[in-house]
Design a protein around this ligand. Structure first.
Ligand code: MN
Length: 503
């Protein structure tokens, strides 16, 4: 294989001379209580090989039964992707031999998927929309999990022994397959990432899965091919398997475009194969030569009857679909009165839910945006964490803003309170008490500080007395400093002028 010695072509150069075409397969684990074809719990994090039955272990004589909730979830996904729902569809056996598939076949769907011919609109970072055509969404079951022990890479090569955990075997999956994604050009990596992200948001909104990437609830296989021009026939594709973060999807596509351009430049040919993504080094390496579909010897599953979803039921499910993420974003933008660019920044920062919760806690949309996109966004960036990971809640921001609105703290003090909350000193109210940050509203201490300031700067005091109000700021500044910022500057100004006139 020449691929490991290939020179990478600079991405911009590759994109200038080749047209990338993508195809993305996303697997989502459904959040049903039990597995796809048996009553074993479909949870996460149990002791290995405890969430199993004879069916999930593929023991002889065991028979599968379809999980009705999984079918409903698959239909929900299909409808949300604007697919047609099959009048009738079947399961099929996909035969392959691998220790994590105890039956030696995966029960899947082949020529009769439950949902087909759909599309989803993907919003890109600059606010434009890219439509991805969906070929099909079908039901299947997850495999178990192999752990290869003793090798350097965690892969089977070089391992001393392997362990198999069948808890995951039989967990319901829906696999969503796109049609070839053309026309993305240089934005192909971004389109790929945004597409997977759009699906993740959709799964959550539909409440069909927790859709946690880090747990492998959502996994993407990314097919990439290059052709000289958009008019050329499709090139040979590679399939990078099981990429499980948004960022990795983007990086893997970018890498494959650079790598394939290098192979083609050197006069080589692209081998149709699966490839592994390496998060640490940011490269893909050759996996196995990809089987064509017929190698799986698909045939209809004889142990399960066809599924013919009742049309009335499908319409019932359609009517019960929740508001989908794109529509929700549009509604919230209207309610909040944000400009397009403001909303886009909020979406890109992952702050929609946070702002929604902050307004629910009583802050105005403008104030909520100011906190999350200002001070807190800066803190998150500094600490290299997501906004939602900051140790502060929307309710606390609501309380902080209420203190400002009530005039108990000013903006400057609010930033100190925020700092205290982030440092784990408790709710804003508690930080104000503990740090003694409340605005000084009693005139007594302010007048004392004003007298001190006037006495310390007699020339300025004279100017003000003679009607020149220009230098009044210097006195206010001195008072603010003396009260550690806890004075209301407007009130200080009033008092300074009263004082000077009286004197
Ligand atoms: Mn699959």
């Amino acid at each position: 294989m020449t691929s490991t010695t290939t020179e990478l072509v600079d991405y911009d150069d590759a994109i200038a001379r080749f047209d990338p075409v993508l195809g993305i397969e996303v697997h989502v684990e459904l959040g049903t209580r039990t597995k796809m074809f048996d009553g074993a719990p479909a949870g996460f994090g149990e002791e290995p090989n405890t969430s199993v039955t004879p069916v999930s272990l593929g023991l002889p004589g065991s028979l599968p039964v379809v999980n009705g909730t999984a079918v409903e979830y698959a239909i929900r996904i299909g409808l949300a992707l604007n697919c047609q729902i099959a009048e009738s569809c079947r399961f099929a056996r996909k035969n392959y031999f691998y220790p994590d598939v105890p039956k030696n076949f995966q029960t899947s769907q082949y020529d009769e998927p439950i949902a087909f011919e759909g599309h989803v609109d993907v919003e890109l970072e600059d606010g434009t929309t890219f439509r991805v055509e969906i070929e099909r969404a079908h039901m299947e079951e997850d495999a178990g999990k192999n752990t290869h022990v003793g090798g350097a890479t965690g892969r089977i090569h070089g391992a001393e022994y392997s362990l198999v955990d069948y808890n995951r075997a039989g967990i319901p999956l829906v696999e969503i397959v796109t049609k070839p994604i053309t026309g993305a050009g240089e934005r192909a990596p971004e389109v790929a990432r945004a597409y997977v992200q759009t699906l993740r948001d959709l799964f959550r909104a539909l409440e069909v899965s927790e859709a946690r990437m880090e747990r492998g609830n959502v996994r993407a296989d990314v097919n990439v091919s290059l052709r000289p021009t958009p008019d050329s026939p499709l090139g040979t594709r590679t399939e990078t398997k099981n990429v499980n973060s948004f960022r990795s999807v983007e990086r893997a596509v970018r890498y494959e475009i650079s790598r394939q351009a290098g192979v083609l430049d050197a006069g080589g040919t692209i081998v149709q194969e699966t490839r592994h993504w390496h998060e640490d080094t940011g490269i893909t390496t050759s996996g196995r030569i990809k089987s064509d579909a017929e190698d799986y010897r698909y045939f209809p599953e004889p142990d399960l009857v066809p599924i013919a979803p009742d049309r009335a039921w499908v319409e019932e499910i359609r009517a019960s679909l929740p508001e989908l993420p794109a529509a929700r974003r549009r509604r919230l933008q209207g309610e909040w009165g944000y400009a397009d660019a403001e909303m886009r920044d909020v979406v890109n920062a992952g702050a929609v839910e946070l702002i929604e919760a902050t307004t629910a806690a009583g802050a105005s949309p403008a104030a909520a945006r100011k906190w999350w996109m200002g001070e807190l966004a800066r803190t998150a960036k500094q600490q290299e964490v997501e906004l939602a990971e900051l140790p502060i809640t929307p309710a606390q921001i609501g309380q902080l803003q209420r203190l400002v609105d009530e005039g108990r703290i000013n903006d400057k003090l609010a930033r100190q309170v925020l700092e205290g909350v982030l440092a784990g000193e408790g709710d804003p109210e508690a930080v104000v008490q503990a740090r003694g940050l409340e605005v000084v509203s009693d005139d007594g201490p302010l007048l004392a500080a004003i007298d001190d300031a006037l006495a310390a700067q007699p020339d300025i005091a004279d100017k003000i007395r003679s009607g020149n109000l220009g230098p009044v700021g210097a006195i206010i500044g001195a008072v603010m400093k003396a009260t550690r910022g806890q004075a209301d500057a407007g009130r200080v100004r009033e008092l300074v002028l009263e004082r000077v006139q009286a004197g």
